[in-house]
Design a protein around this ligand. Structure first.
Ligand SMILES: [Zn+2]
Length: 220
């Protein structure tokens, strides 16, 4: 069994101040206990580092929710173009204007905006001349007012779409049809926390191989 690595890639500038709206990340159902402000100048972790940490908590629960497909879990707050096809990448866009989808496929981005004007994120199967060049997932911080809890949930949700069986032509909206999944629901008012059902559904998908769309990752 191999290692699963979760990659984030900031597009634009990381917010110096961000907000946490839930205590904890696992098995939450709309429990808003307090809003906490995190300031990097006052010693908080950089946004993407903290986001990677939060996602690690959710994926630890996900890996434990069913048969283990991976023996280890890594997270990285910057992407690496050599990642494996089982790994997951999400672009963290400062604004929707900086969207990677917009940069590489403006027509599809325009149709996404028309269909989902409020959406916090998007995932697309990127195609060039009938060749799939990778699955692209991204979230937009301006849509969630730098709420890192909402960002954590939005990345997890987009990664569920990312794990669609694209080569078999599966409808990526299978995610929204799950019942009882707090991170699978299509919800304009924000996603609820991870539920056992979301965790199990995601766990079953983790070994599926989808090449990630890497053209938006700078060569380092
Ligand atoms: Zn969705």
């Amino acid at each position: 069994m191999a290692t699963l690595t979760l990659y984030l890639e900031m597009v634009g500038t990381e917010p110096g101040v961000y907000y946490e709206t839930l205590k904890g990340y696992g098995n939450y159902r709309n429990v808003i206990s307090e809003v906490r402000t995190r300031s990097v100048a006052a010693g908080a972790a950089p946004f993407c580092q903290q986001l990677a940490k939060n996602l690690r908590v959710l994926f630890d629960l996900t890996l434990k929710s069913g048969p283990p497909g991976f023996k280890a879990l890594n997270t990285s707050s910057t992407a690496d173009r050599t990642m494996l096809d089982t790994d997951l990448l999400c672009y963290i866009c400062e604004t929707r204007q900086l969207s990677i989808l917009r940069r590489f496929d403006p027509t599809r981005f325009a149709s996404f905006l028309a269909q989902s004007p409020k959406a916090a994120g998007s995932t697309a199967n990127m195609v060039r001349n009938n060749m799939v060049v990778g699955i692209m997932s991204e979230i937009y911080l301006d849509r969630i007012a730098t709420d890192i809890t909402a960002a954590t949930f939005a990345v997890y949700h987009e990664w569920m779409h990312n794990k669609t069986n694209w080569t078999a032509g599966e409808d990526p909206n299978w995610v929204h049809r799950l019942v009882g999944g707090g991170l699978s629901e299509e919800n304009d008012d924000g996603l609820k926390g991870l539920t056992p059902i979301s965790a199990q559904q995601m766990n079953q998908r983790l070994t599926l191989r989808n090449r990630q769309f890497l053209d938006g990752v700078p060569i380092r």
